[in-house]
Ligand binder design. Structure first.
Ligand code: FAD
Length: 449
């Protein structure tokens, strides 16, 4: 196929936005069709009174190079914080430890921190170091690695409930959205090797200093408009049909004809839209890939009770707690976001019950809550926050290219090797654009607009 002059991008999440910007930067006439009234997909914000609230707390790591390049292109990188050095306060009961790196190269950068990691016994710290060294050597591209459960592998390599809770699940649940026993070793090895074990700076944590809507969706709309791309919101695509060498993209009341199409939706919509035989996955692949929920509990308190940007918690119903005060625009008091990943048992629990269950646990982590007033307590729920990166799911993740000319797939769930993260979404969008542009022209990185 020759390089397309016009491209329809279906889905305005990070994958679709990345593909659309890269294609527009390369001179293609881009039409972006998004079913919802806003861009940003699973990273968005809404108003609650005077506050901007994100649908869920998002963080990234320094090793998320494609995502960070997208922020550069959007002109919003300066609206994020990135730790100069990884530093995570970890609360377990009354103990507080810190997982932080020093200036040494990997894997020694975490050595001192693990050697003094007070939430584990000295013997368990040694176990954890041995486990880390073994995980560093795992060959993640082997199909057998993907078929292996991370939890089984950890136990086979000397790990116990304490090390799994205090280290492997502490990081793994937040990044993979499943517990170690439900995770593919290949995906886990990707997370830990790239994030913590091979490059000392890779795991430094970043987060948005503004609402996600401003960081991603609104900024992308401005960039695309400046490039002459057309954005159609509230345009849910119902069908894709090949027509001679072109594609007809139909919504309920409209249609777009384009040389090429990027399907950048969630997996279920992608399976519905892709013509039969476009991808080699068996019918029902999107359901087999599954979905895992994330719940965010937002607690508005006065006076403030958390003195760090965030804290991680083990041995509690509370997982990670973030200070969202500045991002929300709150002028007095403090907005806490309690991020609960792998939230299968919480996703349908009513707000009042969540409050009864979580406030005592949160007060144990932040004792200042005893003397603080809770002014608001509300919950955001994303039942399909990510796919489930279970053992043997690699084969269910479609590649960028389909069997049909001019039709490519993007999305955090596609075959990037990463769990469903912003980095995976952006990588998939980059790959989709590159696949379409590679027909006759060398591609430029997304930053080079
Ligand atoms: C609460 C929460 C917390 C998270 N935390 C983190 C984190 O800390 N770090 C991290 O890296 N990642 C995190 N993630 C994951 C990350 O947000 C996603 O992996 C990423 O945003 C997915 O982007 P995407 O473009 O692949 O998909 P989506 O964002 O799902 O975008 C798909 C888009 O397609 C649109 N669409 C679907 N069907 C159609 C159709 N037929 N026609 C037109 N449009 C359609 C949808 O409306 C949507 O806008 C989190 C996710 C959630 C929900």
């Amino acid at each position: 196929m020759t390089r397309p002059r016009s491209v329809a991008v279906v889905g305005g999440g990070l994958a679709g936005l990345t593909a659309a910007i890269r294609l527009a930067d390369a001179g293609c006439q881009v039409t972006l069709l998004e079913g919802r009234p806003r861009l940003g997909g699973l990273t968005h914000s809404f108003r609650r009174g005077d506050l901007d609230i994100d649908n869920g707390q998002h963080v990234f790591l320094r090793c998320c190079t494609s995502y960070r390049a997208l922020l550069d292109r959007l002109g919003t990188a300066h609206l994020t914080h990135l730790q100069p050095r990884l530093d995570v306060p970890v609360v377990s009961g009354r103990q507080v430890a810190r997982l932080r790196r020093n200036g040494w190269p990997a894997p020694l950068h975490l050595g001192k921190s693990l050697a003094t990691y007070a939430v584990l016994s000295p013997l368990d710290r040694l176990r954890a170091v041995r486990g880390a060294m073994a995980l560093r050597a795992v060959y993640r591209d082997d199909a057998r690695t993907d078929h292996t459960s991370f939890g089984h592998w950890l136990r086979d390599h000397g790990q116990n409930d304490a090390t799994i809770a205090a280290l492997w699940d502490l990081v793994g649940v937040a990044t993979m959205n499943v517990h170690a026993d439900e995770a593919s070793l290949a995906v886990a090895a990707t997370v830990f090797q790239l994030g913590l074990l091979t490059d000392a700076a890779a795991g430094d944590i970043g987060w948005s200093a503004v609402p996600l809507q401003r960081l991603h969706g609104d900024a992308a709309a401005a960039v695309l408009a400046a490039k002459g791309a057309e954005i159609r919101l509230r345009s849910r695509v119902r069908a894709l049909e090949p027509d001679a060498a072109r594609w007809i993209v139909s919504t309920d009341d409209d249609r777009v004809v384009a040389d090429a199409v990027v399907v950048a939706t969630d997996p279920a919509q992608a399976e519905l839209l892709l013509p039969a035989g476009a991808v080699p996955q068996p019918v029902g692949w999107s359901a087999a890939l599954g979905a895992a929920p994330i719940v965010n509990v937002n607690v508005l308190v006065d006076p403030p009770v958390l003195s760090e940007p965030f804290v991680a918690v083990i041995g509690s119903d509370v997982q990670w707690v973030f200070d969202r005060t500045a991002q929300s625009g709150l002028s007095g008091g403090q907005l806490l976001a309690v991020s609960l990943s792998a939230a299968d048992d919480l996703i349908d629990v009513p707000v009042a019950e969540l409050r009864v269950r979580l406030m005592p646990a949160l007060t144990a982590v932040l004792p200042g809550l005893q003397d603080s007033t809770v002014l608001d307590f509300f919950v955001t729920r994303e039942p399909q926050a990510t796919f489930r990166p279970a053992p043997a799911t690699a084969a269910l993740r479609p590649a960028t290219r389909t069997a049909l000319p001019g039709l490519v797939v993007a999305g955090a769930y596609t075959a990037t090797g990463w769990p469903a993260t912003m980095e995976s979404a952006v990588r998939s969008g980059d790959a989709a654009a590159a696949a379409l542009l590679s027909a006759s022209v060398a591609t430029e990185p997304v930053v080079a607009a």
